[in-house]
Design a protein around this ligand. Structure first.
Ligand code: FES
Ligand SMILES: [Fe+2]
Length: 333
């Protein structure tokens, strides 16, 4: 990935909350390394269990802090053993002796973190003035629990294309023609509602000559930038978080929860089965389409959008507005 691509992702897309990892992936004994928004990041928990996130390059001489360890809640670099507390301050330089005072240049580049809804969220961009906004979580989206199951994936596709795919209803009878009724091609009725940075799209896919409101029903909400709430049925719902790894790759984590079987193990098993079917059979169709769409970036003006793409247009408008706050929008992608 070129330096300019790294800069583009890390500077222009970053002034938002993104889910960067599953909360359950981050234990107390070891740091967790991820690449998000174009940069390696290190996560760890301090002695109280609070999660922290920093850029992974050690301020001493650049070693990858993801190769270090956690000692009594402090992050220790694996190269020379310098230690850092949850505020990013260097607390120990073994080579200089116990009484040495680390300079301010030895502070980590920290990022605000929240732990909520089963995810670690990080604000990886500039903070500007004032308090940070609320997480883009959608109330009602499935929370972690005994009847919920989750899965992670990395797609070789740009974040913008992945988000387009998440909101797309009318691809169903074509991209999923192996499983879906191929006659249900007409999207009507179809509605898109926007409220702040939330987009809610509902619709029915029916046969061309079928009665309005018959066929397959879809109900999807998106919290900009990358939170999706899928209401498959009243008793099966999904939450999906999507986060750019870099310009070309996207991290996806999906959680399904079914509410028909209330026995914990059976409930989890049913959710796991639904997830396995979705990611084993349905999502590969989506991935095939999204991965090979050209240009790889998706943006307003790059395609001839139609009525059925209205939710996607709404998301792109939010995206362009967000990018506009951080410079030009000419290469919005
Ligand atoms: S590079 Fe991290 S302690 Fe030296
Ligand atoms: Fe799909």
């Amino acid at each position: 990935m070129s330096e300019s691509s790294v800069r583009e992702v890390s500077e222009r897309w970053s002034a938002h909350w993104y889910a960067v990892a599953r909360a359950s992936s981050l234990g107390r004994d070891a740091p967790l390394g991820v690449v998000r928004l174009g940069q390696p990041r290190v996560l760890w928990r301090d002695a109280s269990g609070t999660a922290h996130c920093a850029d992974a390059a050690c301020p001493h001489r650049g070693a990858d802090l993801r190769l270090g360890r956690v000692v009594r809640g402090e992050l220790e670099c694996g190269y020379h053993g310098f230690r850092f507390d949850g505020g990013g301050a260097c607390t120990a330089m073994p080579c200089e002796g116990r009484d040495a005072k680390p300079s301010r240049a030895l502070c980590l580049r920290m990022h605000p973190v929240r732990e909520a809804h089963g995810f670690i969220w990080a604000w990886l961009g500039g903070r500007g003035q004032g308090a940070l906004p609320e997480l883009p979580w959608l109330p009602g989206a499935p929370e972690p629990g005994p009847r919920a199951a989750s899965v992670e994936a990395v797609w070789n596709a740009r974040f913008t294309r992945v988000m387009e795919g998440m909101m797309d209803l009318h691809h169903f009878p074509f991209a999923h023609r192996r499983y879906a009724p191929s006659a249900y091609t007409r999207l009507e009725p179809f509605e898109v509602r926007e409220e702040g940075s939330t987009i809610h799209t509902t619709g029915w896919l029916r046969e061309e000559t079928g009665p309005s409101g018959s066929g397959l029903h879809f109900d999807i909400r998106v919290g900009y930038p990358g939170v999706v709430h899928l209401r498959f049925t009243p008793r099966l719902q999904g939450a999906v978080v999507c986060t750019p790894i870099d310009t070309e790759h996207t991290w996806i984590c999906a959680r399904f929860r079914q509410d028909s079987l209330r026995v914990p193990v059976l409930g989890w098993l049913a959710s796991r089965m639904a997830l396995a079917l979705e990611f084993g059979f349905i999502q590969p169709d989506d991935y095939r389409m999204v991965r090979h769409s050209l240009p790889r970036s998706g943006a307003l003006g790059q395609g001839a959008m139609v009525r059925a793409d209205r939710a996607i247009v709404a998301w792109h408008r939010l995206h362009e507005a967000a990018l506009g706050q951080h410079g030009d929008t000419a290469s919005a992608s």
